[in-house]
Ligand binder design. Sequence first.
Ligand code: SAH
Ligand code: AVI
Length: 331
Amino acid sequence: MTATLLAPGTVEVDVRLVPDDLRRALRRDARAGLSARPKTMPPVWFYDDRGCELYEEITRTREYYPFRTERDLLRRVAGEIAEAAGATVLVELGSGTSEKTRLLLDAMAAGRAGLVGYLPFDVADGTMRAAAQAVADDMGIGVHAVVGDFHEHLDEIPDVDAPRLVAFLGSTIGNFTRDQRRNFLEEVARMLGPSDRFLLATDLVKPVERLVAAYDDAAGVTAAFNLNLLSVLNRELAADFDPDRFVHRAVWDAENRWIEMRLEATEDMAISISALDLSVEFTAGEQMRTEISTKFTFDQVRRDLSQAGMRVTGVWSDPAGDYLLTLARPK
Ligand code: SAH
Ligand code: AVI
């Protein structure tokens, strides 16, 4: 159903994932992931309020080039993207604090089509609410936010009677498994009407030393982000992980072309997860996978989009070729 655009300066938030749903999903993921071999947890659980703050801190570290590179690229080409897209509404998936988004919003507002609305979508309720209010106040546009999960609630994003640019920044698509990526892109393609466009940001393959450093910064911010997962499990599931008995690892998987973040147990231990009525054993040196961050080539991005039913209409890269922004339309 087509929704009406909100009045300038107003904010509405649709919550498709209430705290009870989140707890149920966390219980499901923790039961499956902690019983698997090797143990694994999906990265969505990083992003409680503290995790969102730590991600922001990561983006300010010297080693984490993706954020800076994407921001600088957007500063240079957001106007061209806005012109090529011709949209008046920006939908943003995984919007977080909407920081880099401002560059796109400003470019759309200054462009020929103009800007009438912003629809951010994220699992992090508090962080997105604050960002939505700030955008509405600063830019005087209607902001309709949706709290949901990429893999379940994309169809809850309001359809509006205006051309939309659907942006997925940050190379967050890199955090999906291959199946999740395929399903997600197919879902995005289904969302797009003939005058809608999709903007996809992807981090590109590069020398392994830079990649590993970006996920293992010297100040230990990424380590704190990774270890925060254990605090989420302790708080939400009454577990008794001792974060001091785990260390952060970042490993390049050359075959899959992704960085894996892992948490490694420093000694043998048994963890009690009261909310699941479950006890889980770790042996010294055992690693639990907490995130993959896939690195792309242009050909792979084009192929993935094409297989999902989209056609590339524009590409922009930084001078060093580290990062790619791809604009696509339905075929
Ligand atoms: N777009 C921003 C933030 C990237 S961090 C940038 O480019 O810097 C990844 C964002 O995706 C976070 O805000 C996190 O809360 C959100 N996220 C992670 N997994 C999610 C999921 N499964 N569903 C919805 N949002 C998710
Ligand atoms: C959000 N996502 C794309 C980040 C990444 O680079 O994979 C999350 C992150 N993990 C460690 N550092 C940053």
